[in-house]
Design a protein around this ligand. Structure first.
Ligand SMILES: Cc1cc2nc3c(=O)[nH]c(=O)nc-3n(C[C@H](O)[C@H](O)[C@H](O)COP(=O)(O)OP(=O)(O)OC[C@H]3O[C@@H](n4cnc5c(N)ncnc54)[C@H](O)[C@@H]3O)c2cc1C
Length: 443
């Protein structure tokens, strides 16, 4: 978690990245953001904008200026006719969802949590699930940015389209996003249905499950036979069934007690006695149970995640998912160090954003996790070798070992991105070691 401005160390949520910035700034206006960038340039410091620290990679880490945008928040415009909502870049998804709902608007799709800032989530290609929908960045209509020279610019599909293509998923490499205009949809209700199914059956029926549901995903505990299949479907505007809303006490029981407290206890036991992990994992798998409820979309998409973990996630072409999972199912039980956390599988439609993991192909996302404090290296290496066969693209905010030489061939517009970066940030003002690794030198 990041520290208050002005104080020593920065640390991410997962504890996998730390940094000691030479300087902190906590701007309250665009002019202050611009002045902070210019001041850093004058002092020869690099600059990173901080989100909520929920990336597992050191994407936000800096030894230069840490730009804490937690006071740069709120919605500045909302148009109920067009659905366009403009938010300051430090606004968290939680605050954004709540504010949009007041205007009868919602984001069409979201990921699992809402603690991220809108700019941080966009910058790493954050996504949810839905075969007909893209990630968060596909919902962006326009961006305002402070560039390396301190100038404030706007971009969209019609105004400076190359900058727009680069900045929507750009790890903050081309500038500090100050405002995001999103195309929202009218508020909607989701009917959630979650139930266990044999994992073979889910893989066999994957395409039809993805096609038949607005938002489909599944979890599978590596040593178990059951998957937990989640189907979230939109109700027609008048289809709200208030009686099916989960009562508050049950939400606490299901999400806090069962998914966080009880699972956290199992994880701690597994960490203390690792040879028990396959058994505990099968126990978690056997304990999966069915539940259905309806609620406002953003309350269904998002669940609390209090048990800390490390994660890697790759986007693979949809058609290679069965091979990837087949290989993982064969190889994981042979690992010397057992795996405590489930694998999560989601889907997204192809998009045209240069560095989006869904660029140009219908995508299946495979995410692997390990409980904090348990060894994960061999598992993550194994996973990377499996997804490499399928031209997998790593989530920009989750753990991976790829560099520019490996990433370039995976993205047809990689060089276009690098050109825009060289044009707007020739001195690598927004660089850090992670960006150097994944994009190469800036100039
Ligand atoms: C528990 C948990 C659940 C998650 N669930 C999902 C999920 O469902 N789907 C998914 O795709 N991902 C998921 N993630 C990953 C997460 O969405 C991304 O890592 C996201 O980038 C985190 O946003 P943040 O605000 O914490 O940004 P940070 O991690 O703080 O920063 C991310 C990047 O954005 C840059 N940045 C931040 N603000 C700005 C700005 N104003 N201008 C320019 N650049 C900026 C930073 O410099 C950095 O490079 C999850 C992570 C965790 C820990």
């Amino acid at each position: 978690m990041k520290q208050p401005a002005g104080s020593g160390q920065w640390r991410n949520w997962a504890g996998t990245a730390t940094a000691t910035p030479a300087r902190w700034a906590q701007p309250r206006t665009e002019a202050e953001i611009s002045a902070a960038v210019k001041g850093a340039a004058a002092a020869g410091l690099q600059v990173r904008a901080l989100g909520s620290g929920h990336s597992f990679t050191p994407a936000a880490a800096t030894a230069g200026l840490a730009l804490d945008l937690s006071l740069w928040t709120g919605i500045t415009a909302a148009d109920t006719q067009t659905g366009l909502v403009t938010a300051r870049s430090g606004t968290t998804l939680r605050a954004l969802n709540a504010a949009a709902a007041e205007f009868g608007l919602a984001l069409a799709n979201l990921g699992d949590i809402d603690a991220q800032t809108i700019a941080g989530a966009l910058s790493t290609g954050t996504h949810g699930t839905g075969a007909r929908l893209g990630g968060l960045a596909t919902q962006v209509e326009a961006l305002d940015l402070v560039l390396a020279d301190g100038s404030l610019v706007s971009c969209s599909a019609s105004a400076w389209p190359e900058l727009f293509a680069a900045a929507r998923v750009g790890l903050g490499a081309v500038g500090v996003i100050t405002a995001v205009t999103l195309r929202c949809v009218p508020s909607f209700t989701l009917a959630a249905d979650e139930r266990p199914m044999p994992v073979e059956q889910v893989i066999e029926q994957f395409d039809s499950l993805a096609a038949a549901n607005d938002h489909f995903e599944f979890y599978w505990f590596p040593y178990g036979r059951q998957a937990l299949v989640k189907r979230n479907n939109r109700l027609a505007p008048d289809g709200r069934a208030p009686s099916a809303r989960m009562p508050g006490w049950r939400r606490v029981w299901e999400f806090e007690v069962m998914e966080n407290a009880a699972f956290g206890t199992l994880c701690r036991l597994g960490r203390a006695v690792p040879r028990l992990i396959p058994k505990l994992n099968r126990l978690s798998s056997a304990a999966l149970s069915a539940r259905s409820y309806t609620d406002a979309s953003y309350r269904v998409f998002v669940t609390p995640r209090r048990v800390h973990f490390v994660e890697s996630e790759y986007a693979v072409p949809r058609e290679s998912l069965a091979d990837v999972l087949g290989e993982l199912r064969r190889a994981v039980p042979r690992l010397a160090e057992p795996v405590m956390f489930p694998v999560e599988v989601r889907v997204a439609a192809a998009d045209d954003i240069w560095l989006s993991t869904g660029y140009g192909r219908d995508t299946a996302y495979v995410a692997i996790h390990q409980y904090t404090g348990l060894p994960y290296r061999a598992y993550f290496d194994l996973f990377e070798s499996v997804v490499a066969e399928a031209a997998g693209r790593p989530h920009w905010g989750k753990m991976h070992s790829l560099d520019a030489a490996r990433l370039g061939p995976l993205y047809p517009r990689f060089d276009d991105f690098r050109q825009v970066r060289a044009q707007v940030d020739p001195e690598d003002r927004f660089g850090n070691p992670y960006l150097s690794r994944v994009f190469g030198p800036a100039g």
